[in-house]
Design a protein around this ligand. Structure first.
Ligand SMILES: Cc1ncc(COP(=O)(O)O)c(C=O)c1O
Length: 440
């Protein structure tokens, strides 16, 4: 960030502001008698913030030199050798795009329209054609960027400022929505006894929420629990949402990871859209295309009419312009190329199925070693019942701490493990460690 190891004097012998600034940072923020600028105290009251619960784990993991260390914190796919996986379809698309010798001009504020059309068509499935003339879509800075646009739109235009999120949910939901000034409320979701969905609690909490509240739902492969509603339960959720006039925000970061099939994972999206529930949808291509660092996502809003869509879009552009002006071009080109090329798209679907299958086989292996080989007295059925990238193990914060301290196995404090971090070489070591910490 601030390179250069020493203070720099100008020809007149005065220390420049830039150099003092560098010195202050190199000195851990203590200016040791030097000021950024005479009298400047602007950051004197900035407290040290806590590390991010997920990215913080990755940093600790990197520093650990133990050969059998395992990172089960971050939700990023790894192959069976524990390496990051660049999808072959992505490699092909990238090579083809490079051959085209394209320019690096700005995209429009709402991004690559053709990418957005393909992305939303994939998420809304059969319903797409009947809603496309009142659907507003914008390419976003991955899933988080789509959530950010939602949060800003709510904060500026939506009458209610209460957003209901599942307990538990992905940690960043609270950050994004509270940063935009929304009030975070929770609905019951996970039952720690059954390690499944607390559907009665959820329906009751959503019924008791004030009318027209915002309800954030995970479209598929719920993070962190790996527990999704059944189709019948989704229908019940729809009924409450309609009765109460709630606004639905669907977060779809894992399309394809729940069932291994893109179309099957669109049940919730299609259900709400076909019933004309006012909704936003936040899509990410980080996981299913492995485009984590390219930041490819799509925000879309189902409006009441083409005329309303035009007004909505005009305001969305204003929000984008003031936030980051327009989205990055490269990742969206890759995604568009794959989505628009039938052969490559079919290949990609196979690759996603492959990732989903490897995850399922790791769930089975972990459970089997715990139950059959190690004769663990605890029930581990939930490891294979839960779906998607994560398993909410039920490990306590103390057990999690022992795993990282004594076994160099890293996971979030809530006991969530990213199954994608497990492979045939480390699954036994992991099972043995879990067995030991849960036997004491
Ligand atoms: C539930 C959920 N929503 C959204 C995201 C956003 O991810 P990204 O911004 O990398 O697309 C994630 C990533 O872990 C997630 O788990």
């Amino acid at each position: 960030m601030f390179s250069g190891a020493s203070l720099v004097k100008t020809s007149t012998g005065r220390v420049t502001n830039k150099a003092v600034f560098q010195y202050a940072f190199m000195n851990g923020g203590k200016t040791a008698g030097l000021n950024l600028q005479r009298g400047f105290q602007g950051w004197a009251n900035v407290p040290m913030g806590p590390p991010d619960p997920i990215f913080g784990i990755s940093e600790t993991f990197k520093k650990d030199s133990f050969p059998k260390k395992i990172n089960l914190g971050v939700g990023a796919y790894r192959d069976d050798t524990g390496k990051p996986y660049v999808l072959p379809s992505v490699r092909t698309a990238e090579a083809e795009i490079l051959k085209q010798d394209l320019d690096k001009e700005y995209l429009p504020m709402t991004g690559d329209n053709s990418f957005c059309e393909e992305a939303t068509r994939m998420a809304y499935g059969d319903v797409y054609d009947s809603i496309s003339n009142r659907l507003v879509a914008a390419q976003s800075v991955s899933g988080t960027g789509a959530l950010l646009l939602s949060s800003r739109f709510f904060s500026k235009f939506y009458p209610s400022k209460d957003i209901y999120i599942s307990n538990p949910t992905w940690g960043n939901h609270k950050n994004v929505f509270s940063n935009a000034g929304l009030n975070i409320k929770e609905y019951r979701y996970y039952n720690p006894i059954t390690k499944g969905l607390d559907i009665e609690g959820m329906l009751s909490d959503l019924s008791q929420a004030p009318n027209s509240s915002i309800v954030l739902l995970h479209a598929c492969a719920h993070n962190p629990t790996g527990v999704d509603p059944t189709h019948a339960q989704w229908n019940d959720i729809l009924r409450v949402v309609r009765d109460k006039g709630h606004f639905v925000l669907l977060d779809m970061a894992y399309q394809g990871f729940a069932s291994g099939d893109f179309a099957r994972d669109t049940y919730a999206t299609q259900l709400f859209a076909s019933n004309n529930v006012p909704m936003f949808l936040c899509q990410s291509f980080a996981k299913n295309m492995g485009l984590y660092g390219e930041r490819v996502g799509c925000f879309s809003s189902l409006t009441a009419s083409p005329e309303e869509a035009a007004r909505f879009e005009s305001q969305l552009k204003i929000l984008v312009r003031a936030s980051y002006s327009n989205p990055p071009v490269h990742g969206a080109r890759i995604a568009r190329f794959i989505l628009k090329n039938n052969d490559l798209r079919a290949q990609w679907a196979g690759e996603v199925k492959g990732m989903a299958s490897r995850i399922i086989s790791m769930r089975q292996a972990l459970r089997s070693i715990l139950e059959n080989d190690l004769k663990s007295k605890h029930g581990w059925k939930h490891i294979t019942d839960q779906i998607g990238m994560f398993c909410y193990t039920g490990l306590t914060p103390e057990q999690v701490a022992t795993l990282s301290r004594d076994y160099h196995i890293y996971l979030t404090k809530n006991g969530r493990i990213s199954i994608a971090g497990i492979n045939t070489s480390n699954v036994r070591y992991l099972a043995e460690a879990i067995h030991t910490v849960t036997s004491n």
